[in-house]
Design a protein around this ligand. Structure first.
Ligand SMILES: [Zn+2]
Ligand SMILES: [Zn+2]
Length: 132
């Protein structure tokens, strides 16, 4: 690939903002990637900040993924148990409890799907060493 601005020079990399080839003179090394000089310097830095901020949010959410479903399941058990043991309080309480339970389990499954890919897989390296 050749530099977008200098057709006679080889590109050392591509801008993360516009994917154009850049030579040493045109490229700005941001530490985590290259950018062309100009507006993309700021833009690429902003995108990178957004990604790292998003990643930290995902980490926090990943550790708390069982907290919210567990709370709903707990409330559901309290309601359902209360309704069953004190029959006079009526079916409504039991149904409300079942609703909380169902929602808690739904959240649990949905959260596992959403954050399951971020979970570490220690088995893969083990299997690789066994194959050798
Ligand atoms: Zn660019
Ligand atoms: Zn150039």
């Amino acid at each position: 690939m050749h530099c977008y601005n200098h057709a006679d020079r080889d590109a050392v990399g591509t801008c993360k903002g516009c994917c154009k080839g850049l030579c040493l003179e045109c490229a700005v090394d941001l530490g985590y990637g290259l950018s062309c000089r100009g507006p993309h310097e700021q833009r690429v830095a902003e995108v990178e900040e957004l990604i790292s901020r998003n990643a930290s949010v995902q980490r926090v959410a990943g550790t708390a993924k069982y907290a919210a479903p567990a709370l709903f399941i707990f409330i559901g058990l309290v309601f359902a148990g209360f309704g069953l043991f004190f029959a006079r309080s009526g079916q409504f309480v039991v149904i409300t409890g079942m609703g909380f339970l169902a929602f808690g389990f739904y959240m649990l499954i949905a959260n596992r799907r959403a954050f399951g890919t971020t979970a570490p897989m220690p088995s893969t390296s083990l299997e690789r060493t066994r194959e050798r």
